[in-house]
Design a binder for this molecule. Structure first.
Ligand code: NDP
Length: 300
């Protein structure tokens, strides 16, 4: 039997409605309008589309959106100066620097310069530490979105074997921490894992966050597993015409959906949830900055 497809787009739309309600409430009851600042450096078309979508959705939920498009050759000092300004502005409650930054800029210096209270994608080491020690703070958007979808299809994740493929600070590591908090037994796999397929075959839950098109094959998957595909890979699509491309995930979707019980598609799975969680996190940081209790329905 074919897997149930987890509709990330529909899930994200519902989350955005809740975000919008909380924004309206913050405005009406506290005269606060959450504000999200996004900094993008250079002219990478894909990043620009992504940032434009973020800005559009930020406005749609009633927040203020501040977009900073900096030249590819902006100096690290100028970027740090902008971050310093945003760090102390009262109308900015979330700051996101679109990664990766150009090579002449030290990404660690940028991350460490962010005000941790406004760090909506959990880049700052203080927030990574809070997640690890189970304290309240922003949770990295993509793993938060994955967990929300998992919690929607499983009443409890306790005791499940979860395999996270990929160990980046942005996705793999926080994802593993979140699954640990849910009492999963977590295995983290990476490029040096020896003989990956049998490791993945033990998993009730597979999170693929690698960046390699269709790497995870059907015979790696235990029947009835839940598969969350974070990967975004652009491949040639001659069937759409000469020179055309399309997006695929890290999972061989068509084959794996015949084995798994639940699976996220690419596009339309984790991607929309990442943006919705960014907006949810901005409400969370707005509340925390203003001494208010963050809404519970914006976390997993
Ligand atoms: P990184 O490149 O930072 O990390 C990739 C990870 O995959 C590394 O830990 C690497 O291992 C591991 N890896 C590489 N090759 C293999 C292999 N053959 N077998 C097992 N593991 C391997 O990527 P990100 O975590 O930032 O992103 C991963 C994917 O998710 C990308 O496609 C990205 O575009 C996508 N993404 C999607 C988002 C969304 O909203 N849907 C948001 C963020 C990312 P090692 O550490 O050993 O090098």
């Amino acid at each position: 039997m074919s897997a149930n497809i987890i509709d990330g787009k529909a899930f994200a739309a519902k989350l955005c409605i809740r975000v919008g309600e909380h924004v309206a409430n913050l405005k009406a009851k506290h005269n606060i309008t959450p504000g999200l600042a996004v900094i993008i450096i250079g002219h990478d078309p894909a990043s620009q589309v992504y940032v434009r979508n973020k800005a559009k959705q930020t406005l749609e939920v009633g927040m203020n959106s501040f977009k900073y498009e900096l030249d590819e050759d902006v100096s690290e000092a100028d970027l740090l100066k902008l971050i310093d300004e945003l760090n102390v502005r009262d109308d900015v409650h979330g700051i996101l620097v679109q990664m990766p930054v150009p090579k002449h800029i030290n990404a660690t210096n940028i991350i460490n310069a962010l005000n941790p209270a406004k760090d909506v994608d959990m880049f700052h080491p203080l927030n990574a530490g809070k997640l690890m020690t189970g304290q309240v703070g922003p949770v990295s958007c993509t793993p938060l979105g994955c967990l929300m979808m998992l919690r929607d299809v499983h009443s409890s994740l306790e005791g499940k074997n979860a395999v996270v493929i990929g160990r980046s600070n942005l996705v793999g590591k926080p994802m593993a921490q979140l699954l640990l908090q849910q009492n999963c037994t977590v295995t983290m796999a990476h490029s040096r894992t020896i003989d990956l397929p049998p490791v993945v075959r033990l998993a009730d839950i597979v999170i693929a966050a690698v960046g390699r098109a269709k790497m995870v094959k059907a015979d790696w998957i235990k029947r009835g597993a839940t598969v969350i595909d974070v990967g975004i890979n652009r491949i040639d699509a001659p069937e759409k015409g000469e020179g055309k491309t399309r997006l695929v995930g890290d999972v061989d979707f068509d084959a794996v959906k015949e084995i798994a019980a639940y699976i996220t598609p690419v596009p339309g799975g984790v991607g929309p949830m990442t943006i919705a969680c960014l907006l949810a996190n901005t409400v969370t940081t707005t509340c925390l900055i203003n001494g208010l209790t963050p809404p519970k329905d914006l976390t997993a």
